[in-house]
Design a binder for this molecule. Structure first.
Ligand code: MN
Ligand code: MN
Length: 303
């Protein structure tokens, strides 16, 4: 029988949070006009490793109407533009303990209110978190705050409960009022991440997929696919990984593409398509990992 992984301690979650916060703050100096997105992502991932953590998921550098799940591809030549709104989303892992944190940089200064809307929504959400509060009630706080700025929350992007080795346990924290009765419990850990937009208020999948994770066991016919599967299991486990990470190990781009294709078809892995605001609106995001307490919440990714 397979051995269940031991649960990470609260202390380890606190440490993963502290490192996430440190790297997040240090990464701000990288977000400049003309800077390459590939360089930014790789530098952030390197900083997480230098702190003694594992990169919990590929660093996301999602720009303007791209809300989430954009991580640069191999050879990506995209650079930060002078009026870009850049979301940086990163995660650190330490013995199964995870942190997940994000922020937005408004390069032109024209989207200050949009950035403030998601920041304030996060702040208000955290103020309202304590044992017994429902995730739907937190969604209502996020929605009300963002609408108060004249923007819309992105209805189909949510926060999520985190557990040892699992970024998403299946419990969502909506950004809109819902009647979801799930009550937060003391000792539980959540990533809270409001997204605000001046667009339609929901995202849709793009064709581009750069991030994947293991999904279900299945039969693979191609030798290259089986080799890739072993690599994924031993290096990333259930955590998300980027195609560009694999490209470093698998020299043939075509063989890698075909192996990924077979694994997706057999549902051995799943892909996380790049998510774009459906109305082409600008998007801001702010995220912290928090610990629910009896009478409040502790931000684990506080700088
Ligand atoms: Mn995140
Ligand atoms: Mn998250």
């Amino acid at each position: 029988m397979e051995q269940e992984p031991e649960e990470a301690t609260i202390e380890e979650f606190k440490e993963a949070g502290k490192i996430g916060a440190k790297v997040r703050e240090e990464s701000r100096k990288l977000i400049n006009i003309g800077e390459g997105v590939l360089d930014i992502a790789e530098t952030i991932e390197g900083m997480i490793e230098e702190e003694g953590c594992t990169v919990a998921f590929p660093a996301n550098v999602s720009i303007n109407e791209i809300a989430a799940h954009y991580t640069p591809e191999t050879g990506d030549e995209k650079v930060i533009g002078e009026s870009d709104v850049v979301k940086i989303d990163m995660g650190a892992e330490l013995n199964g303990a995870l942190s997940d944190t994000a922020y937005t940089v408004d390069l032109s200064g024209k989207y200050g209110k949009l950035v403030e809307a998601s920041e304030k929504a996060l702040e208000n959400a955290i103020k309202n978190i304590k044992a017994g509060v429902t995730v739907g009630e937190i969604g209502a706080v996020v929605e009300e705050t963002i609408k108060g700025y004249g923007f819309k929350p992105i209805a189909n992007l949510t926060g999520h409960r985190i557990a040892t080795g699992m970024l998403h346990t299946g419990v969502d924290v909506p950004s809109i009022k819902t009647d979801d009765p799930y009550e937060m419990q003391a000792g539980e850990i959540f990533a809270i991440e409001p997204f605000a937009t001046d667009g339609k208020g929901f995202v849709s999948d793009m064709e581009q997929v750069e991030i994947f994770s293991l999904y279900m066991p299945g039969k693979l016919r191609m030798r290259e696919s089986r080799k890739l599967l072993n690599h994924i299991i031993s290096h990333y486990g259930m955590l998300p990984f980027a195609e560009r990470w694999l490209a470093k190990e698998f020299k043939s781009r075509l063989l890698l593409k075909n192996a990924l294709k077979e694994m997706l078809r057999m549902q051995v892995i799943k892909g996380y398509p790049v998510l774009k605001e459906a109305g082409g609106g600008m998007v801001s995001q702010k995220e912290h990992t928090i610990l629910v307490e009896e009478d409040g919440a502790t931000v684990l990714t506080q700088a």
